[in-house]
Each structure stands twice: as C-alpha cells, then as structure tokens.
Design a protein around this ligand. Sequence first.
Ligand code: SF4
Length: 379
Amino acid sequence: MTMRGYGGRILHIDLTSGRSRVEPVSEAMARSLLGGNGFAARLLLDHVPPGIDAYDPANAVAFAVGPITDTAVPGNSRACVASKSPLTGLFFDSTFGGRFPATMKRTGFDAIVIGGRAAEPVYLKVTEAGAELEPASSLWGQTTRDTVHAIQDAQGADTDVMAIGPAGERLVRFAAMGTYWKNREGFAGRGGIAAVLGSKRVKAVAVAGARKTELADAALLKKLLDERREPLMTGTKALATYGTPFLVKPINTLGALGAYNLRQETFADALAISGEEMHAHHHARDTTCLKCPVACGKQYEIRDGELQGLKAKMPEYETIFAFGSMLGNAHAGSLTRANDLCDLLGMDTITMGVTLALVCEALERGWLSEREVGVPFGW
Ligand code: SF4
C-alpha cells in the first residue's frame, strides 16, 4: 500500500560489503517522527553504536526528506543530512535546499542511511530501484562544483548530486557538502558531516527518480495554500528582496551581531555589509529552491574593487557575520570570494570565519606568532 505523503521506504547501504537493503516506513514511525530530521535522528540512534569515533566505519550518514517534500507547499525542497559529528562528537544535522531534496523524494526513499567504509573512492547512485556504487577515484581532489557537473555529465541533467570537496576528503572537521542546480545551489554546512562521508570514501550521493508523492487530501492542501499565499509573500518581503543578509542591520541595531571575535556587540561598518547595501551594488539575479516563490537566494556580481567582475553566490547572513563583522571586514567582494572558495573546497563558512577570528585575537594577544600562522594576518 502506498503511504500518502511518503515514499514509504528507507534505503540502508553498507559500503564495506557493497550491499543494500530496504526497510519499510511504518505508519507509527511516520506519525511520531514526521520525516526529515525526525527520521534521521531515530535512524542514527538505532544504527550507530554508542561511544564510537565519528570516523569509525560504524558511524552512519542519514539523508532524509519529509511528507511535504516535492508537494506544492512553498519551500518544500529541503532535506536534512545527519550524522555523529567529528566536530562535537554528538548528533548533528544540517539542512539544505536546491532541487536535490525533491529529486530524492522521487526515488521513493524517505531516508538513505550510509554506513561502513568503501575500499576505494565511490559515489552512490540512488534511483527507484535502489543503490549502486560507482567508482570515483577520478573525482577525488575535485571541487564540489566540478564533481557535481562531472557526475551529471555521466548520469544526465535530471540527476541531482550532493558532493564533498577536498576538505571532506582530508577529514577537515568542519567540512561541508554542496549541490548545484541552475536555479539554486544548496549547502549542508554544519557539523563536519562531509568529513564523515570522506572517511567512508564517498565523494558524492546522486539521486534520480520519477515517483510522485501522493497526497491525502489534495483539495484541502490547495485551499490551505491559497489562504496562506498572500501572508507568506507579505511576511517574507525583506527575505525575498535581499536574502538572509536583510538581518544584518536590525540584528546589529539590537546589539547582537557580534564583531572582532565577539569582543564587541556591534560592528561600526555593518551598513556596508548589510543586505540592502550589497543588493544595491552587487545583485545580479534571484535564485530559488525548486517551486519556492520566496526566491531568497541571490547571485552577486561584484562591481567594484580588486574583485570586480567576480560572479558568485551571495553570502548568507551567518557567513557575513563570520567572515565580516567577526574579522572586522566590511568588504563585500572579499565576503563573496571567501564564501565561494569555502563552497568549492567544501568547508563550513561559519566555522571557518570564526576560527580565523580566533586566530586574529590570538595573534593580537601574542598567543600565536605570524611565523606560526605562516602568512601576514590580522584585523
Ligand atoms: S528559496 Fe529560500 S525560502 Fe525558499 S525554500 Fe529555498 S531557502 Fe527556503
């Protein structure tokens, strides 16, 4: 029987043996956990032994979607990836958008659980028929974007790919993973989950499928969405216009932005890196996750300074905090470049930025020398 709202299946892959198995989703599980984050947390609790190191092959990485994924609900194309984090040693989840989440739902799997360790670099291809492991030695060392495009060249443009970069391969404890689609990228940045994939020698996860999500009551959902459309668009006007950087100015005014490794509550140059200011000077186009009318993503084209001509994704609010106010940096071009480099190498921009802020303060206090850091650095 098809479960409405769900694919009704969980895919387990053991990289060590190369085998996979399918577990049905029970109605009780769906009702108590809903999907997405709830499924991922439960699956890790059930399948990861307590006390292990995050890089132990027995650790698992769970991708999960929920009942509204790939429906008409705005913002539905979001997914969760979770694991035991090499950064904290605790459960960690990170969410991302783009088109990958909707495509994953079309495979008919609500969750994909990856355990074990492959003997050689692989990428995982998941379709309605299950999982296949493909060789990925030639992709090892490549950026997230080049990896995604190489796999799409091999598997077709309808395939969506989430890839780790060189940072995940080298087990950087704050490694991130990225998916690229023409209308919007998606990054699962936090907690170093890409490094867990790197420890398993998984360069990427590719998904392709055509299953439709059956709704329990399509007419009622349409009525609800019709009622909510206008409040949604009104309530998200600033987000839709400027993206998450619209938060910089009000949060700085509240004294909560944080600057210079949090030694100051506010940043005097916050206006220069606010959503309004960067939009006015560098906005090129809006980008959006699949079927989301908010379109909070932006592509920038830097129009002044030494990085003039740089075309890249807008840094999100948290990235502006980490590479901007925390470093005393009010240079929009450098924020955009740092964001892009982290995306390509597969590193979490937030942890990278605040780590650099700690280095700045350590240099200032004499806890680190310039010789130890290796390059001229500081605020
Ligand atoms: S475009 Fe923005 S608001 Fe819409 S789903 Fe993606 S992240 Fe959410």
